[in-house]
Design a protein around this ligand. Structure first.
Ligand SMILES: Cc1cc2nc3c(=O)[nH]c(=O)nc-3n(C[C@H](O)[C@H](O)[C@H](O)COP(=O)(O)O)c2cc1C
Length: 199
């Protein structure tokens, strides 16, 4: 079993920068991610050969699922500029060395996926200090995972699974309200609002 690390993948295509939280793992010195068809990250990495792996505070993972805008910085030691996040703890810059296309079948239905393999070309350590862990961090990320599934147009869920996810969201939110910061609460509310608007 490989450990999956939640990071923000930043990519660029046609002068448009993009960021998304993605689970990655490391195997034989390669960094690997499984991308669901339909996201900007999938679309960009279908043709673009460079990306940045941003190791960030959990709040940044959640912000990345909600918006693509950022005050991006750029790695420019190579011809293609690679966007990265100034709030990262550290950043690994990678070149795509392989793409595989598969189909996955789970409770979210049939999904087309692209497995992207990258190799590290460089890395930088930024001067951002890690923050102590707050219980709302993990819960907010769990909310973001559910949020990204429920708002994905390519995912069809039955009513029972949907109800279960919504009750999980409410449980996490009730704890976040007790232990989190105002920022945690606001981000949780943005996700809940959008999900309730879907129904
Ligand atoms: C913690 C977390 C991990 C995620 N991991 C993946 C992943 O491994 N592969 C994937 O395709 N989507 C993953 N997602 C969902 C994408 O981040 C989501 O679809 C996002 O909206 C894509 O953004 P984009 O369209 O800007 O690329 C994850 C979401 C979260 C919150």
């Amino acid at each position: 079993m490989f450990m999956i690390y939640e990071v923000v993948i930043a990519t660029k295509k046609d002068d448009r920068d993009n960021k998304a939280p993605i689970g990655v793992y490391f195997k034989d010195n390669k960094i690997i991610m499984h991308l669901f068809y339909g996201s900007h990250t999938y679309y960009n990495l279908l043709t673009e050969d460079y990306f940045s792996v941003n190791v960030v505070h959990p709040i940044e993972l959640v912000k990345a699922v909600l918006e693509d805008e950022d005050d991006y910085l750029y790695y420019n030691k190579i011809k293609s500029k690679i966007p990265y996040l100034k709030n990262s703890y550290y950043v690994i810059f990678c070149k795509v060395i392989g793409r595989k296309f598969i189909e996955k079948n789970d409770i979210f239905g049939k999904s087309k996926m692209m497995i992207v393999e990258g190799e590290e070309i460089d890395r930088i350590y930024l001067k951002n200090l890690p923050k102590p862990y707050n219980r709302a961090d993990g819960l907010l990320v769990e909310m973001a995972v559910i949020y990204s599934r429920l708002t994905n147009k390519n995912v069809k869920l039955n009513e029972k699974d949907k109800k279960e996810f919504i009750s999980e969201l409410n449980k996490y939110f009730s704890i976040i309200k007790k232990v989190g910061s105002l920022e945690h609460k606001k981000l949780a509310e943005v996700m809940l609002k959008e999900i309730y608007n879907l129904k």
